[in-house]
Design a protein around this ligand. Structure first.
Ligand code: ADP
Ligand code: MG
Length: 363
């Protein structure tokens, strides 16, 4: 793998993207609503959200293919909000590779350089380097229809890398591929990101992908950013019920907060992390892997009392369905470790969790 000597100098990193209150309407519908976000040079940030949440529209406003109604896009200190796409020098990778079918791989990758009137010898050197970066050096004379989906997507990545933009914008680049290939290319993009050191803004609706690849994840819903956090914090400390439910599996337990104590539906005291809300009704969130079902504590005053109503073996883990006496239906996930005694369907148990593993959210 070639290491790049940057013309911008070793110290001054460029490629920071700042979004300031971006707003975009289509007719009366708000597609992107007051979106603000700061991405540092070299950072990998995902825009994660369900279909229709405004991810693509946000990315297209950064790329220049859509104009915001209001707000600003900055590349480092430069206001690029109104610049046409080809003057922004941002690499864009779309979901459907968008290769030219009649051109070879090398010609496809050379295209952005020819548009920029780069000299022929320089074009050849850069194309060959870009193809090496995505491990396609040997397929330069193929045409798109002679390649797999994953290979075509790597051509699209090479074409975006070839003019050495400081920022790559990727819109669900793995969306059309099957699961195995997605995971493989996911790792390749991660590796590439380390070797070329570019800022990457990555759109996906796939939470696993976002958690696995990103330095930070911005969760979008109905045109707004709901939370921007490192993957670990996003999972452990979701900011609201939407994020808690969208990122990973979660048990939601209605609680009453009173004088610093969380009470469950049957008035039981429940462990919970610190919270700032006043005394009120709230929701306690516990991940399935943090819900422990203990037969020994059945009938005691600990945690939520209830019964196991279902059990599913999923290979690495067993998923238990647990119904509390107060009528909550919860899920517990236990890794299958050999020699471990497991409860069974019908068993009475107490369900509990560590205070640090429970987040209190406003209703
Ligand atoms: P995502 O990429 O998260 O799936 P989009 O940014 O594509 O979401 O779309 C956000 C919202 O804007 C959706 O409700 C979508 O229907 C609407 N939208 C996107 N592009 C257009 C368009 N060109 N004309 C009208 N509505 C659009
Ligand atoms: Mg989209």
């Amino acid at each position: 793998m070639l290491m790049k000597a940057t013309a911008r100098g070793p110290e001054v990193k460029t490629g920071g993207i700042t979004l300031h209150n971006l707003q975009k309407r289509y007719g009366s519908a708000v597609a992107v609503d007051e979106v603000s976000l700061s991405v540092s040079p070299g950072e990998f940030v995902s825009l994660l959200g369900p279909s229709g949440s405004g991810k693509t529209t946000t990315l297209m406003m950064i790329a220049g293919f859509e104009m915001p109604d209001s707000g600003k896009v900055l590349l480092d200190d430069l206001d690029i909000t109104r610049l046409p796409p080809h003057r922004r020098e941002l690499g864009v990778i779309f979901q459907n590779y968008a290769l030219f079918p009649h051109m070879t791989v090398a010609e496809n990758v050379a295209y952005p350089l020819q548009m920029r009137r780069v000299a022929k010898a320089e074009v050849e050197a850069r194309v060959s380097r870009a193809l090496d970066q995505v491990d396609l050096g040997t397929l330069a004379s193929r045409r798109p229809h002679q390649m797999s989906g994953g290979q075509q997507q790597r051509v699209a990545i090479a074409r975006a890398l070839v003019f050495d933009p400081p920022v790559l914008l990727l819109d669900e680049p793995l969306g059309a591929l099957d699961k195995k290939l997605r995971e493989h290319l996911r790792n390749e993009i991660k590796t590439l990101r380390k070797t070329v050191g570019k800022t990457m803004i990555y759109v996906t609706h796939d939470q696993d992908e976002a958690l696995a690849m990103s330095d930070r994840v911005a969760v979008m819903h109905q045109g707004r950013i709901r939370q921007v956090s490192a993957p670990r914090d996003l999972y452990r400390r979701p900011a609201d019920l939407f994020v808690a439910g969208f990122v990973g599996e979660v048990n939601l337990i209605p609680v009453k907060l009173k004088s610093g104590i969380a009470y469950g539906p049957a008035g039981e005291r429940l462990a919970a992390g610190p919270w700032t809300e006043a005394d009120t009704d709230a929701t306690l969130c516990v991940r399935p892997e943090h819900l422990h079902l203990d037969r020994g504590a059945a009938g005691s005053s600990a945690g939520l009392q209830g019964r196991i109503t279902g059990m599913t073996f999923v290979g690495d883990a067993t998923i238990f369905e647990f119904r509390s006496e107060s009528g909550l239906q919860l899920t517990s996930k236990v890794l299958n470790v050999s020699g471990q005694a497991m409860p069974d369907v019908g068993d009475l148990c107490a369900g509990s969790w560590g205070a640090n593993d429970a987040t209190i959210l406003a209703k």
